[in-house]
Design a protein. Structure first.
Length: 159
């Protein structure tokens, strides 16, 4: 698992105040690039060009982990029942999520029943799912370590 994916982040829906929990700062490579604005492009200088930025890795159409949907459903169901399944998580992630449990559980419970859970893509070892609940549309990112434990978890409102 890429070191930058070691994160536990839970983002509240905009109607409830914006809040976030993170184990580390993680760039969100699942988002589409921001729309370009029409700004003049500076003329190239005579000096040697600097290093080019590496392109973002392409998103795969197959899950990085065959268990990701099953485990994600288990995490959501556990949260809605009031008992997150910490045994599925790494110790570090479980500790980060426990710190936010009192705030996260009511949010998950308020979403209502899952209406749809769809795999969107996989990038750098993590899988992205679109999860539509009775009262909210969300995006979830889940990643696993080499031992098969969840070491990256994020949910946020869908765009």
């Amino acid at each position: 698992m890429k070191p930058l994916l070691i994160a536990a982040a839970l983002l509240l829906v905009p109607a409830v105040a914006q809040a976030q929990v993170a184990a580390a700062t993680v760039p969100n490579s699942f988002d589409r690039p921001a729309a370009r604005t029409q700004q003049p492009v500076p003329a190239p200088s005579a000096a040697a060009p600097g290093p080019a930025a590496a392109p973002a890795p392409a998103m795969s159409t197959t899950p990085a982990n065959a268990r990701s949907e099953e485990v994600l459903r288990e995490i959501i169901a556990g949260g809605q029942a009031g008992a997150l399944p910490y045994a599925t998580m790494t110790d570090d992630l479980a500790a980060k999520v426990r710190e936010q449990e009192a705030a996260v559980l009511p949010i998950l419970q308020g979403f209502g029943a899952i209406q749809a859970l769809d795999f969107v893509g996989s990038q750098e070892g993590a899988d992205l799912f679109a999860v539509t609940f009775a009262t909210a549309a969300t995006q979830w990112i889940i990643g696993f370590d080499d031992a098969g434990k969840v070491d990256a978890l994020l949910f946020r409102p869908a765009e």
